[in-house]
Design a protein. Structure first.
Length: 222
């Protein structure tokens, strides 16, 4: 596959992502109640869809570890181990580690410190501030900027850096994937509502799935 050629399945996924985001934006303008209480509510349509790319990321990374880890190196192992671990962690957080499925009671600690009265970490309050904001607003934005802008640029400009990235088979985003991620980020703010973050989570998780499934350096992990 050419470096920036979009495959048929990717086109379908991209269309689905942006159609659903546009529906969310229009709904937020036209019918705010439906947007908040149906489209992006907790355990609603968009949040449930977010679980799909997270599950695929976890499964894909585990398959790659089983298939190639013994043939590769420690950097390859660490790359896909942490992708699998990170994806599984976010997936677990999204369902409050099974609480939303099995309906078990919230423990005392989480009742006192969790803003949603659930068994998850990202809604904890730390020193008066929501952990979700610290991680996903401050740390994650910086990390995403490095991943989407700095790493691809260094990969294309620095042979030594490229060799290391390929050695680890660390997935590098293609140009259209970078553009897609930036569009997802920008569109999520057009709802003019904090619940637009649900669209951002769905869109960014799906875009990262596409990057891992079809990175610029896909041949490096073969």
């Amino acid at each position: 596959m050419q470096k920036n050629k979009i495959g048929g399945l990717e086109k379908i996924v991209l269309i689905i992502v942006f159609v659903l985001m546009v529906i969310g934006i229009i709904a937020a303008w036209v019918d705010k109640t439906w947007f908040l209480e149906s489209y992006v509510e907790e355990d609603g349509f968009i949040e449930d869809l977010t679980l799909v790319p997270l599950a695929i990321l976890t499964l894909t990374s585990l398959i790659l570890l089983v298939k190639y880890a013994r043939k590769k190196n420690i950097w390859f192992f660490l790359t896909y181990f942490f992708i699998a671990l990170g994806s599984f962690f976010v997936l677990g957080e999204e369902i409050s580690w099974g609480q939303r499925i099995f309906k078990f009671q919230t423990s005392e600690y989480f009742r006192e410190h969790n803003t949603q009265d659930e068994e998850n970490i990202h809604n904890l309050i730390v020193d008066g501030e929501k952990l979700n904001k610290i991680i996903f607003t401050d740390v994650l934005i910086a990390g995403v900027a490095i991943y989407l802008i700095v790493i691809p640029r260094l990969y294309n400009k620095k042979p030594g850096f490229k060799n290391f990235i390929d050695k680890a088979a660390f997935p590098v985003a293609r140009l259209y994937q970078i553009i897609g991620c930036l569009l997802v980020f920008g569109l999520s703010f057009l709802t003019f509502d904090s619940k637009g973050a649900e669209l951002l989570e769905f869109g960014s998780s799906t875009m990262f799935m596409l990057i891992v499934l079809n990175p610029l350096n896909k041949e490096a992990r073969a």
